[in-house]
Design a protein around this ligand. Structure first.
Ligand code: 5GP
Ligand code: ZN
Length: 115
């Protein structure tokens, strides 16, 4: 987003390079810098919303569809045994970057990811 000083705005809009797994008009899916498991990715909307409470309905609907599509593809490509879809809102809930994002976390038998 123009003139926005948010790191995920810059990544989502390509101003800061990232390892991108998927991109469309509204979203970018990138690898997490500190992965909980192999293939841990983040789904970022290109528009800025701090959290789920700010997210508009249209973006929310599109986000879950992208998450669903990516989860299936990643599970197959990575040979994962399971999958967590995680989304934190507010410091008390563990949110550290205040630009709405979903964690796409492939899980493997006995991975001890502690999620
Ligand atoms: P939260 O705790 O807010 O739900 O998740 C933030 C996530 O963003 C963390 O898993 C953290 O590793 C990841 N992260 C923070 N800064 C960056 C960054 O600059 N690039 C990428 N790819 N991931 C980041
Ligand atoms: Zn942002």
């Amino acid at each position: 987003m123009k003139d926005c000083n948010c790191i995920f705005c810059k990544i989502a809009n390509g101003e800061i390079p990232s390892t991108t797994l998927y991109e469309d008009e509204d979203f970018r899916v990138i690898l997490d810098l500190g992965p909980a498991t192999r293939g841990h990715a983040l789904l970022l909307p290109k528009n800025h919303f701090a959290n789920l409470f700010e997210l508009d309905d249209e973006t929310a609907q599109k986000a879950i569809l992208v998450a669903k599509k990516m989860a299936g593809k990643m599970k197959d490509a990575l040979g994962a045994d399971g999958f967590n879809l995680v989304q934190n809102n507010g410091e008390a809930a563990g949110q550290t970057v205040f630009h709405f994002h979903m964690h796409l976390i492939p899980r493997y038998e006995n991975d001890n990811a502690g999620i």
